[in-house]
Ligand binder design. Sequence first.
Ligand code: KG4
Ligand code: ZN
Length: 415
Amino acid sequence: MSRGLILAIESSCDETAAAVVERGAHTLSSAVASQIAMHARYGGVVPELASREHLRAVVPVVRAALEQANLTLADLDAIAVTSGPGLAGALLVGITYAKALAFATGLPLIAVNHLEGHIHAVLLNERESQVPPPRRTRPGAPGSGVPGEAEPLDAQSLALVVSGGHTHLYLARPTNGTWHYQLVGRTLDDAAGEAYDKVAKLLGLGYPGGPWIDALAMHGNPRAVPFAFSQIKTKLHLAGKAPRTKAAKTAPIADLDPHFLFSFSGIKTAVLRYVELHDLRPEAEARREALFTGPDAPARPTVEQALAVCEPETLDLIASFQHAVVGDLLKKTFAAAEALGARRILVTGGVAANRALRSRFTAEAVRRSIDVAFPTLALSTDNAAMIAAAAWPRFLAGEFAGAELSADPSLALGR
Ligand code: KG4
Ligand code: ZN
C-alpha cells in the first residue's frame, strides 16, 4: 500500500535542498546545504558559482534526506522538483537530477513552482499540527482524493510571499484538494528581501542582510528617521511597461489594484542619501566591512561584535528602515485581505523569518480579528519540504511532468 512518500529537490537559488514528506503532511526529513558562506564573500549570489555548488551538493543532499528518513528510493511514490522561478543554471541541476532519478526508478515526476512551495510551507506546518502521526493516518491509494484531515480547514487565504526574489500577494484557495492562486499584488521593482540585502550591503553589514538588520534593529529607535513610501505611480506600467524585476512573470500590472503594489527600490536610495547627508559612513562603516568581509573577518560574527561597530545613529537608521518596510508590507497586505474578504493571512518566504514583521502582523491580526500564520523559521527560508508538500495535491490529481520538463526562470504562479 502506498504511503504517499514524495522526495523533493529544490535548487532554485543558493540552497541545495532535499526532503521526504509523507502525504504532504508529515516531514520525514529535510536536508539543506546552504551556499551562503560562499556567496557572502561577493556580497550576493553569483549564479555561476551557485550552479557549480548545486552540482557538488545535490547527490549528498538527496542521500542525506533518504538516510534521515530511513528510506531507500524503492520506498518512494514520486519525485518532485522546483521548475521555476529562479536561476536557470541552478534550477537545471535539480531538474536534471530529479529526471534521472525518476527515469531510473520509474517513479512519476512532479514539477513545482517555488512560490507555491513557499505557500505550502505554512500549510505543511498546519497539517503537521492537525494530522495524527503517520502510523495512525487513514491509508489510501493515490488518486483516492485528498483526505479531509490533511487539508487546512480554511477555504480562502491571502498569501504574502516575501523573500529575496519575490514580494507577491496571492489569493489562495483549495477546490476539491487542488489549490488555485490569483495574483492580487506584487512589487514593481526590488523584492523586500532584496531591499534588506542592499541596505545591509551599503552599511557594510554581512550577507544576507535580512538577519543582521533583524538583529540590530532591536537596538535602535524605529521612529528616528521617518521613511515614507510614496503613492505608487502606475501610469508607466499602465502604458505597458514591464516591472523592473527579475522575478516571475505575472499578469499585466494594469490588471492589479495599485493599492496592493509594492516598490522597494526607492527606500534603498533614501537610506543611502541619509547616510551621505549625516556623514554616517566613513570610519564605522570601514570597521563593519572589516568585521564582515575583511581578510581577518571571523567566520561567523556575533551580534555583540556587530553592535560594537554600529554607532547609535546607524542603529536608529536600521530600525527605521525596517519599521518602514514592515509597515508598508503590513498596510497593503491587510488592506488586500479586507478588500478581498480573506479570513486568513499566510506570510511566507525568507523575510517572514523577521521578528518585527511577525510581531507586528500578529498584533494587527488580533486587532482586526483575522488569522495570521507563518512557517517555522526553518521552513521560512528555502527548503525542499515545502516543495514536497506542494507536490502532494498534484500527485493525487495525477499531474505529472514529462521528460521534456525544463527550467523556467520566470515561471509565474496563478493568473
Ligand atoms: O526565501 P529565501 O530563502 O530565498 C528566496 O527565495 O529569495 O529568502 C532569502 C531572503 C534574503 O533576502 C534574506 O535577507 C531575507 O530573506 N531574510 C530576512 C530574514 N531572514 C532572511 N529578512 C529579514 N529578516 C530576517 N530575519
Ligand atoms: Zn524562496
